[in-house]
Structures are given as structure tokens and as C-alpha cells.
Design a protein around this ligand. Structure first.
Ligand code: ASP
Length: 355
């Protein structure tokens, strides 16, 4: 029966080929078949604060929604095309740094001395490598310098003139400080200074004394957390800090574990809010730690750390976070937080107020 024999041989061959295919898909996670099914996700924030619908002119709301969507789509396209979460984080943050709407890059707030001092950080959840810069005055896109610190130096955090010298050495274009001037931020500084003259004691108090004034002028930091097709998480944060800051004050945004954290085993987190509390509470790392050591879900961990721990400490603000499965959390204890995300269904969602 030569025919039957031939048929059997072909069946064995086909079965073998299918088995090899399955094995390749299991052992090479980068292969197309697996990549197509792997989830990607991105979540961003543009700062938390006393952001109330009743105080928000419709054109301003529209401008924020459009810029958040534009930034989100830049990162999502990178992820959808198989790019890395680090690229998505950096490129998305650059869009927000270049917009005067946010307190980062172009729209940075002013210090008490009338300067702009910028902080940023980025973390790679795959390697736990991280880079940060603080107090730079001439760097157009601080997030890119933070990434250079991570990838081209043996250090995690560089500050001030030294950070800028390192940037120059690595081809970062420095800009005239005038680039950062925006009328809106300048007026916010003048307003705060006038209030300080009325209450001179507050000048030597920590910024908490000036915080509860029903205005969103201190916050507006930007941050991104992303998951790529290869299962890698990354997070980054960029800020001008808090209006009227002095004495070289640095907040949580460039502090790994406080304002930014990423670990492939748990989650990627970026924070915004009153930095001193986020540093003291090790907020971003705490969320990761609850997942790692306590087995909490992303939602449970993020909710607990912001709505209970931070709130009980007296701190204000929020976080955006994503885990390895693409779950997203965005808790905050302020009136609003500019935020947006794209999850598994590929549809952008933008939110501002409590909803
Ligand atoms: N966390 C930032 C800081 O304290 C401020 C912000 O989030 O807007 O510097």
C-alpha cells in the first residue's frame, strides 16, 4: 500500500512542523505570533491639584484634552509598532515638556528667584536601571537628559551645572533660560509673592503652608508609565517643581522610588503632587512593594498608598500606574488630575476631574 505509507509520512511531517512552530512561539517571546497577542498599554498624567470644572474655561479644557491625547498617541504608536516602553515614556513626555500647558519644560513654574529649575527621572523596569537630573536651567527636554544619565553614565542622579555639563558632552542642546518664560507662570509667582508679603512668616515655613489655596498653580508635573509588547515596563516624570521654591529645593519627581518607579515584576508608576510627602512616603516604590511582598493587585496597592497612606500623612496628589498585564490605576486625592490612557482596546480615554 505505497499510497497509505506516503500519506502517513506526510501526516507525521505536518505534525512535526506544527510542534516546532509552537515551540518557537513559546521560547522566542519576540516572535510575531506572540507579539501580536501581547498587551501594550500607556497611562499619562499632566499634574494633580485643585482642578475644578466650575473654574475651567471650555477653551482651556479643550486645549488640555487635545494635548493629552496628542502626547498619548505618540507613545501608543511607538508601543503598537513594537517599540520599547522606554522610548514611549521619553517621547510622550517630550510632547508635554514642549507644551506651555504643563509644569515641565516650556511651561515650568518659577522659583522665588525668578528662574526655572527643572527636575526629571526615568526608570527601566527590565533592568531596574534609572536616571535623574535636578535643578537644571538650560535643558529643553529634561526627560531626555535623565535617560542619558541612565544609559551613558554610571550614576543615577546628576544636579545643576554638572548635569548640564554632562548633557553638553553627550550632545544635548542647551537653551537660553528665556525659552522657559510664560506669562501665566510669571503671574502665578507674583501672586504667590504678594500673598507671602501679607503673611511674611510663611516665607521660612515649608511649602505646605502655602498649599491649600484653592489654585492649581503649583502642580502640573507630567509623567508616563508604559508596557511594551516585550513585557517591559518603564516610567518617567518631568517637572518645574513648585512655584516660589527656593534654596535649591528638589521635590519627588527626580527621586527614584518617590516620584518614579518601574519594575517588570510589579508595575511602573509616576507621581504628581506635593513632593515632600511623596519623598517621605516613598510613594512610587511603596506601590510596587505592596505588590511584590504583599501580593496586592495594582488597584489595591495604588489605591491604598494614595487614598489611605498619603492622605493620612496630609499629602496631596496622585499617581498613574500600569502593571505587566496592562492593568491601569490612576488614584488621586485632589479635586482633579489631568490624566489619559490607552489599554487593550486601543481607545484613548482622557479625564480631568473626579469621575
Ligand atoms: N511633585 C512635584 C514636586 O513636588 C510637583 C508636581 O507634581 O506638580 O516638585
Amino acid at each position: 500500500m505505497p499510497h497509505k505509507k506516503f500519506f502517513h509520512r506526510r501526516l507525521i511531517l505536518v505534525t512535526l512542523l506544527i510542534m516546532i512552530g509552537v515551540l518557537v512561539m513559546i521560547y522566542f517571546p519576540g516572535s510575531e505570533a506572540q507579539s501580536a497577542a501581547a498587551p501594550v498599554g500607556i497611562v499619562i498624567h499632566g499634574g494633580a491639584g485643585t482642578i475644578l470644572k466650575k473654574n475651567m474655561p471650555p477653551e482651556k479644557e479643550k486645549a488640555y484634552r487635545e494635548k493629552l491625547t496628542e502626547a498619548l498617541m505618540v507613545g501608543y504608536e511607538i508601543l503598537r509598532n513594537g517599540g520599547s516602553s522606554l522610548d514611549a515614556v521619553e517621547k510622550t513626555i517630550r510632547v508635554m515638556e514642549d507644551s506651555p500647558l504643563f509644569n515641565a519644560g516650556k511651561g515650568a513654574v518659577f522659583t522665588n528667584a525668578g528662574t526655572n529649575e527643572l527636575d526629571a527621572s526615568i526608570m527601566d523596569g527590565r533592568t531596574l536601571n534609572a536616571g535623574a537630573i535636578a535643578g537644571v536651567k538650560h535643558v529643553k527636554n529634561p526627560i531626555s537628559l535623565a535617560r542619558l544619565v541612565m544609559e551613558k553614565s554610571r550614576h543615577v542622579m546628576l544636579t545643576g551645572d554638572g548635569a548640564e555639563a554632562f548633557g553638553k558632552l553627550n550632545g544635548v542642546a542647551l537653551v537660553d533660560p528665556k525659552y522657559f518664560f510664560t506669562k501665566r507662570r510669571w503671574q502665578q509667582l507674583q501672586k504667590l509673592k504678594a500673598r507671602q508679603r501679607e503673611h511674611p512668616k510663611s516665607e521660612i515655613e515649608p511649602p505646605v503652608q502655602l498649599d491649600h489655596d484653592g489654585d492649581d498653580h503649583k502642580f502640573g508635573t507630567v509623567g508616563v508609565a508604559a508596557l511594551d509588547k516585550h513585557g517591559n515596563l518603564a516610567a518617567g516624570t518631568s517637572t518645574g517643581g513648585m512655584t516660589n521654591k527656593r534654596w535649591g529645593r528638589v521635590g519627588d519627581s527626580p527621586v527614584i522610588g518617590a516620584g518614579t518607579y518601574a519594575n517588570n515584576q510589579t508595575c511602573a508608576v509616576s507621581a504628581t503632587g506635593h513632593g515632600e510627602y511623596f519623598i517621605r512616603g516613598a510613594i512610587a516604590h511603596d506601590i510596587s512593594a505592596m505588590m511584590a511582598y504583599g501580593g496586592a493587585s495594582l488597584q489595591e496597592a495604588a489605591h491604598h498608598v494614595i487614598m489611605e497612606k498619603l492622605t493620612e500623612m496630609g499629602g496631596t496628589g496622585g499617581v498613574i500606574a500600569i502593571d505587566q498585564k496592562g492593568n491601569i490605576a490612576m488614584p488621586f486625592n485632589t479635586a482633579g488630575m489631568y490624566r489619559a490612557y490607552i489599554g487593550g482596546n486601543g481607545k484613548p480615554v482622557v479625564k480631568i476631574y473626579k469621575e
